[in-house]
Write a protein that binds this ligand. Structure first.
Ligand code: MN
Length: 391
């Protein structure tokens, strides 16, 4: 559509090239989820180039492989290289919703791939208009976001020490205990020990990653609440929303939906299912990007459900994208876990995301607000280094 001379000039920039690169990044310590442990973190970096000479960056991250949603950085690369990337050529980088609707016709589902591409389009649009992405998402409601730090080594004494170090350096005073990989009794003992040692210094949460059965959760979750745990994330299977509702009725702490919630349709189903979850974990990756997360946040708000900024341990590229979303949300009651850059022992941005006073700072440069470090990309790209086992 031609733009008349009386219109404010938003240039209709077109995509000319889409490139994707797998990178494997070193981390400061292994991280244990319910089903797998991570000894490194892999990303798919997407570079979207345009006829205006502006390049947008997108980063796709998973929870260390396909165990979480079925998506892996390798499967996302195949989908982007063969289908979504070619479909993007010639499309508008600045009319983002329209372009993403075209991609929905090319590939069903594939939220992680679409989130990475939408991220790159918003980066381009922000750079073209010399504004941070949060301006395009409705403007800034906050300049920093509180962070909760995950405790995932499985060794309570080490985890207490790690938490105290994070409190004393002003990084975080909220912690999320990753549970579900140990036998139930041992895991309970560990979580209660951490809670007893930290309860007067920190806010504590747990994430089960859907590892427990409903009966195990019925039996053990009340003791976690009694120990001072203030938020319980996804204790049982993703499909079992009614089971979460039964748990919620017996608990004096909110339940948070993570695996159970990806699409806006999921958000509507959960919100209509009788108070199953009182908090939604928003994640760009699992839902397909900024616009889907804003729609889910609106559904949450309309139902009195709180929101939390979830993550897949992104580098400063993906974390900057998370922070652009967080900057523009009306409500972010439960803060975020946007701590990937502090878990990595190196980063992919020239200037990594900054943390101050228990919060992550929203980058305010154009687009995502961070610049890809091309030397680091060259150093860590998988096709230039020997393969390291994921687990
Ligand atoms: Mn989770």
């Amino acid at each position: 559509m031609p733009i008349s001379s009386t219109d404010v000039s938003l240039p209709d920039i077109r995509v000319t090239d889409v490139d994707s690169v797998l990178v494997d990044m070193p981390v400061k310590r292994p991280h244990q989820h319910a089903k797998i442990g991570m000894r490194q973190q892999s990303y798919l970096l997407v570079q979207v180039r345009t006829d205006a000479g502006i390049e947008g960056i997108g980063e796709i991250a998973t929870a260390g492989g396909p165990w979480w949603s079925g998506d892996s950085v390798e499967s996302v690369k195949a989908t982007i290289d063969s289908y979504l990337g070619p479909a993007l050529i010639g499309e508008s980088a600045t009319h983002v919703v329209r372009t993403m609707q075209k991609l929905d016709k090319v590939a069903a589902l594939n939220w992680f791939a679409k989130a990475g591409l939408e991220m790159a389009l918003y980066d381009i649009a922000g750079k073209a208009l010399s504004c941070p992405v949060h301006v395009l998402l409705g403007g800034q409601t906050r300049s920093s976001v509180p962070v909760t730090w995950p405790l995932g080594s499985g060794d309570a004494a080490q985890e207490v020490d790690e938490a105290i170090a994070r409190i004393e350096t002003g990084f975080s005073r909220s912690f999320k205990i990753k549970m579900g990989s140990l036998p139930v009794e041992q895991d309970m003992h560990r979580a209660v020990e951490i809670a007893q040692k930290l309860h007067d210094r920190a806010e504590l949460r747990v994430d089960l990653n859907a590892a427990w059965t409903e009966s195990v959760a019925q039996r053990h979750l009340p003791a976690l609440v009694d120990a001072g745990i203030s938020l319980i994330e996804q204790p049982i299977e993703r499909w079992n929303v009614e089971g979460h509702a039964r748990l919620a009725r017996r608990l004096n702490a909110p339940l948070m939906a993570d695996e159970s919630l990806a699409t806006t349709r999921d958000a509507v189903s959960i919100a209509s299912a009788g108070n199953a979850f009182q908090v939604f974990a928003l994640k760009l990756m699992k839902s397909g990007g900024f616009n889907a997360c804003r729609e889910i946040a609106a559904i949450a708000s309309a139902h009195g459900i709180g929101v939390f900024g979830g993550c897949f341990l992104e580098s400063s590229i993906g974390t900057a994208a998370n922070l652009q979303l967080g900057a523009a949300l009306g409500d972010l009651t439960w803060g975020s876990e946007w701590i990937g850059p502090a878990w990595l022992s190196d980063d992919l941005a020239v200037e990594p995301v900054r943390y101050e006073q228990f919060e992550a700072r929203v980058p305010n440069g154009p687009g995502l607000g961070v610049e890809l470090d091309r030397d680091k990309l060259a150093h860590y790209r998988r096709d230039k280094q020997p393969r390291v086992a994921i687990r």
